[in-house]
Design a protein around this ligand. Structure first.
Ligand code: URA
Ligand code: CA
Length: 445
């Protein structure tokens, strides 16, 4: 069949066969299908959607387009965790050591930040000496020895996804649930985990803006996992305010260390970590239910076993473990300045994406791939939705090495945190779960 016939078939709303999908992805990866035909097909998919069978076929074809990691030499059920991206989403830094300390191997391939969202690889690189480009052998050895390894995702993992994503980015076809679901799942499958726990973010700092879309995305990914034999569950969490307090690379490492040390950090970030982590322990067979998984993780924080594991991770990847006792060894900004509230009142709402965007303007993030970032830069939230703030109290603390954008960021941040006289209740952050038993939304909604 010619490419044009397949495009026409999807344009007219018909279902493509597994062979057609596999053939298209193979041809596109091998550069024998031109961009303009893939672009047309993506737009047809955007409007017509994909069936569960088509979505699973696309996922597998993209996973098979490059290297697939074989983790079978590592004992235990390997559980991967993925967040759809947010602001002050420091969960991986906290969860990887906690879950590994509980006995579940964590093999994590992570990305770099782009736009208003951060990336775990950038965050870890703020630890002096920490290497995020491990060889296959080092990755597997560390996983066997200390049950945790974090490495940057190489272009050899699901290269078809990388190529298709670049095209989606410039053809207005990113916001398609089956395309997002297959993109995420293809990389998780190629990275080799046996089971997958997804954190699907919803809100003004996330891809998904409403609960219906978040549930649809979660259900689609859980079904893909089912169909390809990688059991998947999803947690739906709010991104209507930054999750933790710190937004920025070194600052987030500092908050993660505080939490693992039992010495602070945002309680909301801890709660989300315990909930996602408990699902990882359950999937990994070391907790019989979610409550006992959460209790186990709390004990691991209290006994400092999580902190010990984080130290092992830093040492195994060449980083300076002294950062754990001395946060002054993390990159520090020259300018630290607070944005003060112009009135007394309750925090009504926070434009989360805009907070992330302003952290980027201070140097913490990149506007385009490959851009240099400042690991010391970012901001720290001193308030959450529902808090009462006095006039002139510091709402947000800015950290930067360049005062180029300080004025504009100060003004932006002041507009981003809305203060009003009406009391506002605190927002629940954990909104629901999706697994093979179905969708469970919590009462708060
Ligand atoms: N993240 C991905 O990896 N892929 C998408 O398509 C969207 C978000
Ligand atoms: Ca079941």
């Amino acid at each position: 069949m010619r490419f044009v016939d397949i495009i026409e078939k999807k344009r007219d709303g018909q279902e493509l066969t597994r062979e057609e999908i596999t053939g298209l992805v193979g041809s596109f990866t091998a550069d024998t299908m031109p961009d303009y035909q893939m672009a047309a097909l993506l737009m047809a998919i955007f409007f017509r959607g994909l069936s569960d069978q088509e979505t699973a076929a696309l996922t597998l074809a993209m996973a098979d387009s490059g290297e697939k990691l074989d983790l079978s030499s590592v004992p235990g059920i390997k559980v991967d965790k993925h967040s759809t991206g947010g602001v002050a989403d420091t969960t991986t830094l906290i969860l990887a050591p906690l879950v590994a300390a509980a006995g579940v191997p964590v093999a994590k391939m992570s990305g770099r930040g782009l736009g208003f969202t951060g990336g775990t690889i950038d965050k870890l690189e703020s630890i002096p000496g920490f290497r995020t480009a491990l060889s296959r052998q080092e990755f597997l050895d560390n996983l066997r020895n200390i049950k945790v390894a974090v490495t940057g995702q190489t272009p050899t993992i699901a290269p078809a996804d990388g190529k298709i994503y670049s095209l989606r980015d410039v053809t207005a076809t990113v916001e398609s649930i089956p395309l997002i679901a297959s993109s995420i799942m293809s990389k998780k499958i190629a990275a080799g985990a046996d089971k997958i726990v997804l954190d699907v973010k919803i809100g003004n700092g996330a891809f998904m803006k409403n609960i219906d879309d978040a549930v649809k995305l979660a259900v689609t990914m859980v079904r893909i996992g089912d169909m390809v034999g990688r059991k998947t569950s999803a947690i739906i969490t709010s991104m209507n305010e930054p999750l933790g307090r710190a937004v920025g690379n070194g600052l987030e490492v500092e908050e993660a260390i505080a939490i693992l040390s039992g010495k602070g950090g945002a309680q909301e970030l801890i709660d989300v970590c315990l909930f996602i982590g408990a699902h990882m322990l359950f999937a990994g067979g070391v907790a019989t239910d979610i409550q006992s998984g959460q209790d186990k993780l709390k004990r691991i924080i209290d006994s400092k076993q999580g902190l010990v594991k984080f130290r092992e991770l830093i040492a195994a990847q060449g980083g300076d473990t002294a950062v754990i006792e001395n946060s002054d060894l993390l990159p520090k900004a020259k300018v630290i300045q607070s944005v003060k509230s112009s009135q007394a009142g309750y925090v009504q709402s926070i434009d989360t994406a805009r907070i992330g965007y302003n952290a980027m303007l201070l140097g913490a993030g990149r506007e385009y791939k490959g851009q240099q970032i400042d690991l010391a830069a970012g901001l720290v939230m001193n308030c959450r939705i529902g808090d009462y703030v006095e006039k002139d109290s510091p709402l947000v603390t800015l950290h930067t090495n360049s005062d180029a954008n300080l004025g504009i960021v100060t003004e932006n941040v002041r507009q981003t945190v809305k203060i009003g006289s009406d009391p506002v209740s605190r927002q629940p952050l954990i909104l629901g779960t999706v697994d093979d038993n179905g969708v469970h939304l919590f009462d708060a909604l």
